[in-house]
Design a protein around this ligand. Sequence first.
Ligand code: FAD
Length: 467
Amino acid sequence: MTTELMWFRRDLRTHDLPALVTAADADRLACVFVLDPHLLDHERVSPARKRYLRQALVDLDNRLGDLGGQLMVVLGDPRHVVPALAKDLEVDAVHVTADHTPFAVARDDAVEKALADDGRTLERHQGVSIAPPGSVRTGSDSVYKVFTPFHRTWTQRDHGEPLTPPAALPRAPDGVGRIDTVAPTEVPQLDVRGPDEAWPDGGEGPARERLDDWLDGPVDDYDDRRDVLGVPGTSRLSPDLHMGCLSAREAWTRLDRRNPGQDTYATELAWRDFYLHVMAEWPDTARGAFREEYRDLPWHDDDDAFEAWAEGQTGFPIVDAAMRQLSTMGWMHNRARMIVASFLCKDLLVDWRRGEAHFMANLVDGDTCSNNGGWQWAAGTGTDAQQFIRIFNPTTQGTRFDPDGVYVRRWVPELADLPNNRLHEPWRLSEEDQEALGVIIGEDYPAPIVDHAEARQRAMDWWSQAT
Ligand code: FAD
């Protein structure tokens, strides 16, 4: 008789989950989620993400219940909890969905070793990405460093068909009653409330509904609307994909790539896989620049500038709108992420890793690989060929991607009455107009903390001296 353990992590679903399908063949099966204190750390994990996690665990428990199983939630460090649990329940094998961040790899290696010392195995299955990290390779058998050729090869690959959930789960081993579990709804650190409607409900159920709604029409307009900041033109599925409440492979297989909107959407899913490949192959990227020659750049330690940026008080409406969207919603539009990241690294010359950490602590979809990839793209230290010279002008970006000012007016309400032609550069309003509109620059809304043209030049000079 075989007894096995399914250890859920960032794969909180029942659909298209190879680890669960394999584990379901055992004679006895226990399912566990280990609530590592690291997941409750408020400096690293956003409130929106904690709430999402709590709901996702409840949803998963219900779904496993429908299949005849149940989810145990155990508090503690998985490196101790999982081997101890495996021993207590006398399991033969522990099944997981492989995760590829350096943190996860080190944790899983430690668990694997502890299990092996006891004659048990850790079985790692595919399921976070569409193509397993490391599997999309160049003709000379290395991992791609550039997205475009990666994408070409990735697209030609057969990623397989999504798996249906097991019809039923085996009975739990007798010892589960002895295990000290917690109800996710009773963990105080997970009991966080957000602004109404701003945070997505967590769990496979809500995530699948969002996917259905997205594929049922809006995705067709993705090509035209994905860069317009003031409309809901993107899927907002990033937290669902990050927590694994949705299988990226399932989302991908449901696309009709003859449709331009759906094809562009497929490319974005490929970016996610690309950054997973990069992190898995070059784990040092998590700590510093992908390009070795940019690891010791003399970034400025300007705390005041960083604070102004983080609080949405830079005096650049598009930057401030985006940063306020982040602090309220725990989410930010992709175009806005690129704008604020460029502003921090280039206009302010602040180390991209500070921005990366701030995003992780505030995003509901905070993802080590995509976040790191996005920040290094913006800072010019990553895989991208364009390097540092791509410096976004926040005013031009605002007028181009928020032409009617819908986004700025929503998130920077003190500017709501400004005419469109001044909305993205309110410092150009005459004193009379400021009086008439009731917005005094420097009092009601900050004066810009830098002159963009000067900051741009400063950045270019800094870069040529530093490299
Ligand atoms: P859609 O436009 O609907 O895209 C579909 C899916 O494709 C997304 O849900 C996401 O899983 C993936 N995707 C889209 N764009 C990218 C991209 N550039 N890189 C990797 N995957 C992508 N994404 C995260 O999931 N977590 C992060 O922590 C994160 N940090 C970022 C930081 C910076 C500085 C930048 C520039 C980008 C970051 N991204 C991150 C990528 C992207 O901004 C978000 O995935 C996207 O905005 C999520 O919204 P959506 O689901 O509506 O995206």
